[in-house]
Design a protein. Structure first.
Length: 168
């Protein structure tokens, strides 16, 4: 995408946004890669503007690839996530950039509608025989376990069987 197309695209998107609740902010955007150049996004007195030149008295500067700028403007890429991933750099007042981020925002995908779950047919319980309640086992006492271990330890080891030898 060319520099002119990137600026034109951002201008059209920005014109549709409500910036009346944002304070005064001016952010220069330096596009790297294809469509390289600089433009700025500004909000003053509740009105927004995108102009195709540098703004020397900016609050902050964003440096990013043109495709990442478009993705942020479209709401497909979160600016904070892109910053954390190193896709974009921010110089200057980050809080002013955050004000613009709140205007563009990331569009969340609509949750997929789930089909209603089908109920499984109820299974009939098999007839059961009446049985006596299970007897409760008494807990084994530590003393009994120790006594058994000692008794096993005292038993002599079995002697290996002697081989039968035959004399000739």
């Amino acid at each position: 995408m060319t520099y002119e197309k990137i600026v034109d695209y951002v201008q059209k998107k920005f014109a549709k946004l409500d910036v009346s609740k944002i304070g005064d902010v001016a952010v220069q955007i330096d596009v790297t890669g294809e469509g390289e150049g600089a433009f700025y996004v500004a909000v003053k007195d509740g009105k927004g503007a995108v102009e195709p030149y540098e703004y020397y008295d900016h609050d902050a500067k964003i440096i990013a690839d043109g495709s990442d700028i478009i993705a942020i403007v479209d709401g497909k890429l979160d600016a904070v996530a892109a910053f954390n991933e190193g896709k974009i750099r921010v110089e200057g007042n980050v809080e002013k950039v955050a004000e613009l981020k709140n205007v563009f925002g990331v569009k969340k995908a609509a949750p997929a509608k789930k089909a209603p779950a089908k109920k499984a047919p109820a299974k009939k319980a098999a007839p059961t025989k009446k049985t006596e309640p299970a007897k409760k086992e008494e807990p084994v006492k530590k003393e009994e376990v120790k006594a058994e271990v000692k008794a096993e330890a005292k038993k002599p080891a079995a002697k290996p069987a002697k081989k039968a030898t035959t004399k000739k």
